[in-house]
Design a protein around this ligand. Structure first.
Ligand SMILES: Cc1cc2nc3c(=O)[nH]c(=O)nc-3n(C[C@H](O)[C@H](O)[C@H](O)COP(=O)(O)OP(=O)(O)OC[C@H]3O[C@@H](n4cnc5c(N)ncnc54)[C@H](O)[C@@H]3O)c2cc1C
Length: 401
């Protein structure tokens, strides 16, 4: 059984590293995008172009890109703070957060030539890398069983892959130039381990759409600009394969820690938004001749959510510090993601209940945010998968699947 506190005893969690100037500046940007802005987008299922533009121009979407490729070269903690503030302000980073962690796969495993070709454009906002296609309709959480396959064709003008298959829940694909795509390059029955034989391709969707790539929006409970993708003999230059063929699963796993920490940070921001909103409404709303917040039945769920959020924040900070130190952090990132998203969900429930009937009225923004945080129990990883991982790998319980 691993005792993470002892294993990581050499790491001090930098509680003081909080980027107050970045927080302040993000808050200022978010003031220009109040509830009405998000409600309108929600009604139209539209993409927050102006919000993404403002964040891009302020340089916040490229903070993790090293300076030599045009970014700010800041650690993951900075991204965490930015996303937390966005969500605490009632905005949503769902339209653009993937840029931060998807780019990491290219940064860590791409060739120098690929980094020079793509990263400066991503840093400036000229190129959007917002989409990643992993999930498939028939395989779900069992990623190694994906059926989208890519066959290598040798060609004197440059080798290329021919890709066939289908992806689902590929968010932002209609608003992205590039997509990180997980494909099987060696059939499952020809590999010794099921995690082998998968590869990552960087697809230029500007060329691929209409040439083997079809994107269809999915109407969903939340405005996440998500889509399903049909791939029929789509050609991708072999030069766009990230890293070695067959090692794609490991590259995707590497990126998942950052993705989980980023999701957890957004959840912390959401929790703060709900708690603030609930406490404020409970103090103002008078029923039976006194503020509803005087009743402990109303106070306690809000106070409990606050406690859960502060505790989750400690875990998020720890996972982020381990990530920055280049230490294994899978277990911590998973726990941080679960605790923070559950804290946000409990805060959402407390806030909705505190608002009574008005919680269901769109103009209060509570029901929209409530729907948004519910998704986090399922995506980017569902809670059961986290529990199964901790049960098996941390506690040594028998493998369940
Ligand atoms: C809004 C939204 C945006 C998304 N964006 C993206 C994206 O951009 N790119 C992308 O690739 N994917 C994306 N996803 C997909 C998301 O990652 C998956 O929905 C998620 O990983 C779960 O997969 P699934 O939906 O196939 O559920 P399934 O794997 O079918 O699971 C269904 C349920 O069964 C449970 N379950 C399954 N197996 C086990 C087990 N062994 N033990 C216990 N419980 C189990 C799961 O926890 C879940 O609750 C998105 C999803 C949503 C809803």
């Amino acid at each position: 059984m691993s005792t993470s506190t002892v294993d990581h005893a050499g790491i001090s969690v930098p509680l003081g590293e909080d980027y107050p100037e970045i927080r302040e500046s993000v808050r200022r940007i978010c003031q220009d995008f109040p509830g009405e802005y998000w409600r309108d987008l929600d009604e139209r299922n539209a993409y927050p172009e102006a919000f993404v533009k403002a964040l891009t121009e302020a340089g916040y979407l490229s903070v993790l890109i090293p300076e030599e490729y045009g970014g700010a070269g800041l650690p993951l903690r900075a991204a965490s703070v930015i996303l937390e503030e966005i969500h605490a302000a009632g905005c949503s980073a769902g339209a653009c957060h993937a840029q931060m962690y998807t780019m990491g796969t290219l940064l860590r495993h791409g060739s120098e030539e690929q980094k020079r070709r793509f990263l400066p454009g991503i840093a400036s906002g000229e190129l959007r890398l917002q989409a990643f296609g992993i999930t498939e309709p028939t395989t779900g959480s069992d990623t190694t069983q994906i059926k989208t396959k890519a066959e290598l064709v040798t060609d004197p003008n440059g080798d290329y892959y021919v890709v066939n298959g289908q992806k689902v829940w590929t968010s932002r694909a209609l608003y992205s130039d590039l997509m990180m795509l997980l494909v099987r390059t060696t059939p499952a029955d020809q590999v010794s381990k099921k995690t082998e034989g998968l590869s990552v391709l960087l697809v230029d969707m500007r060329e691929a759409r209409g040439n083997g790539l079809e994107i269809r929006p999915i109407k969903a409970m939340v405005n996440h600009n998500t889509t399903e993708i049909f791939i029929d003999n789509m050609k991708v230059p072999a030069a766009n394969r990230i890293g070695e063929a067959g090692k794609g699963f490991r590259y995707i796993l590497d990126g998942m820690n950052a993705e989980r920490i980023i999701a957890a940070s957004e959840a912390l921001g959401d929790a703060r938004w709900f708690i603030r909103k609930a406490a404020s409404y409970a103090s103002e709303r008078v029923v039976f001749g006194r503020p509803i917040g005087k009743n402990q039945g109303v106070q306690f769920p809000i106070a409990r959510s606050h406690i859960e959020t502060v505790a989750a924040e400690m875990m998020v900070r720890k996972a982020t510090a381990l990530f920055a130190a280049g230490l294994p952090c899978g277990e911590d990132a998973n726990m941080a993601k679960m605790l923070a998203t559950e804290a946000a969900w409990h805060a959402a429930e407390a806030c909705l209940q505190t608002h009574g009937g008005f919680g269901f009225a769109s103009e209060y923004d509570v029901e929209r945010k409530w729907r948004e945080v519910r998704v986090m129990q399922v995506a980017p990883v569902s809670t059961n998968l986290i529990l199964a991982n901790i049960a098996e790998h941390t506690l040594g319980l028998p493998r369940s699947f």
